[in-house]
Design a protein around this ligand. Structure first.
Ligand SMILES: [Cu+2]
Length: 498
């Protein structure tokens, strides 16, 4: 115990007086709820187990079940895939066949979504309409195209009404599509960031109506299921961090002051040349492919607060956010939340070879647009069908999700331009399954680089323009707000490509 408490003392010292003062509320929280978690913080980062394809195929079983699983250094009553939080990391290559037998050992229906992968949504592919009942098994099969972009993806359940609860409970894991020509680095790390609230009995705290409307944020922010783990490295190395924001609703604004960061890619999009960055904002579901060049010293990976706005009812004084304050993370609003510590010490390591230029991505701005559409995300008064919506309706184009209704039909082989409008005083995002989106304009600003994302943030009372290439894969799938509480409340629509 002694080394850990010393580390904690060092962390508090590092924050300085300002941190201690700003953390006044946070320290109270630690006293009442956080102590046993703090005792477990600081352990060396561990990574999920790895399952890799060979001979063009990866076949595996994923069992979704509740259990007493290691989380935040304790045993907690949470959900996991194959007994882990996160589940195993899957490594596949372009052209591979991926076969997953999903075993539902939960007490409620579930299913599986491969977030960001460009695979067919039909049949037993990446089909969000499937419903796997408790006790049932289901065989999924996915075929990645030979041209599939390498990068970081992830998997999680996608059964409407239960998506947020099941991911918050611990059901998520990483998928990596390996590079054909590996990027030269000293080491790679997978960092799956997710948040969670546990009650005093070590169970997942249920979300209130207000939590669902705002988009719940857990009071523990975990990296690979750990609380504030430590990473160690020699100076002069180049690490590749593959980061996924698996939080149900929380946006991450990541900083690692004192180390040099370069962004290699975001979601399935790869920059032609890594770009130096000071911080990265990831909406829920976004991934960052990050190069970290190490310098001697100790650095903290922080997430700074992101203001996602309010529902509007609060603006009118009908509700307030009050009950959230006593569960704020311990590091306070101003200083951010420490996610991990990087200790760089020892003899300097050999520099890896330079990063070769990456292939130039496709640019849809040069292509012919076959159709334009608008999608308006809104929050309004009225009794919705969304469970626990507190008299608010979360809609796209004025409608709540109906799996039996096809909202948009697109033609395979065409490029479309979409304007995504946020008609509410809070942030929303749009995630389109199967097909990534190229950003053209956001918040009135032209995007000059070629940026491809599969989750796009739409700022409050603002709009974003994207283009989508429906090159292949006839079938029905969904688009939705990736603040997953909003999705469960109805902010989702159905698209069919034919
Ligand atoms: Cu939303």
């Amino acid at each position: 115990m002694e080394p850990i408490s010393r580390r904690r003392a060092l962390q508090l010292g590092g924050l300085g007086l300002a941190g201690v003062l700003a953390g006044g509320l946070g320290l109270a929280w630690q006293g009442s709820r956080g102590t046993r978690f703090d005792a477990a913080a600081g352990a060396e980062l561990s990574e999920p187990s790895v399952l890799a394809s060979s001979g063009g195929e990866l076949a595996l079983e994923l069992t979704a079940a509740e259990g007493n699983l290691p989380v935040a250094g304790c045993r907690a009553r949470v959900l996991g895939f194959n007994g882990g939080v996160p589940g195993p990391t899957l490594h596949v290559r372009p052209g591979d066949r991926l076969r997953v037998t999903l075993r539902n050992r939960l007490t409620e229906p579930t299913n599986l979504h491969l977030h960001g992968l460009h695979v067919s949504p039909a049949g037993n592919g990446d089909n969000p309409f499937l419903r796997i009942e408790p006790g049932q098994d289901f065989d999924y099969e996915y075929r990645l195209p030979d041209t599939h972009p390498p990068g970081m993806y992830w998997y999680h359940p996608h059964h409407h009404h239960l998506v947020a609860d099941q991911i918050f409970g611990g059901l998520y894991g990483a998928v990596i599509v390996d590079d054909i020509d590996p990027v030269p680095v000293t080491r790679e790390r997978v960092l799956v960031i997710a948040d969670l609230t546990l009650d005093d009995a070590g169970r997942i705290a249920p979300a209130s109506t207000m939590d669902r409307m705002l988009g719940r944020e857990g009071n523990l922010v975990l990296v690979n299921g750990q609380l504030r783990p430590t990473m160690t490295a020699a100076p002069g190395t180049r690490e590749r961090w593959r980061i996924v924001n698996a939080c149900v609703s929380r946006y991450l604004r990541l900083r690692l002051d004192g180390q040099q960061l370069r962004l290699l890619g975001l979601d399935s999009g790869r920059l032609t040349e890594p770009r130096p960055v000071e911080e990265i904002v990831l909406a829920g579901g976004n991934r960052a492919d990050l190069l970290v060049s190490t310098t001697v010293g100790s650095a903290q990976l922080l997430t700074l607060p992101v203001d996602r706005g309010t529902t509007g009812m609060m603006d009118m004084g009908m509700m307030d956010r009050g009950d959230r304050d006593d569960t704020s993370p311990p590091d306070g609003e101003a200083t951010g939340t420490v996610l991990a510590t990087v200790e760089v010490a020892g003899a300097a390591a050999a520099q890896p070879a330079p990063v070769p230029p990456q292939p130039a991505p496709r640019d849809l701005r040069r292509e012919t647009v076959a159709a334009t559409r608008t999608f308006t995300l809104g929050v309004g008064m009225g009794m919705g069908t969304g469970m626990g919506a507190g008299g608010m309706r979360f809609t796209i184009d004025g409608r709540e999700y109906d799996p039996d209704r096809t909202d948009h039909t697109v033609r395979v082989g065409t490029v479309e331009e979409w304007t995504l409008i946020n008609d509410s005083p809070m942030e929303h995002s749009l995630h389109l399954h199967v097909w990534p989106m190229q950003l053209l304009r956001t918040g009135g600003r032209e995007v000059t680089e070629i940026i491809w994302q599969d989750v796009v943030n739409i700022p409050a009372r603002n709009r974003v323009t994207v283009r989508v290439a429906f090159d292949d894969y006839p079938g029905r799938t969904v688009y939705h707000c990736h603040i997953l509480d909003h999705e469960d409340l109805g902010m989702m629509g159905v698209i069919e490509a034919r």
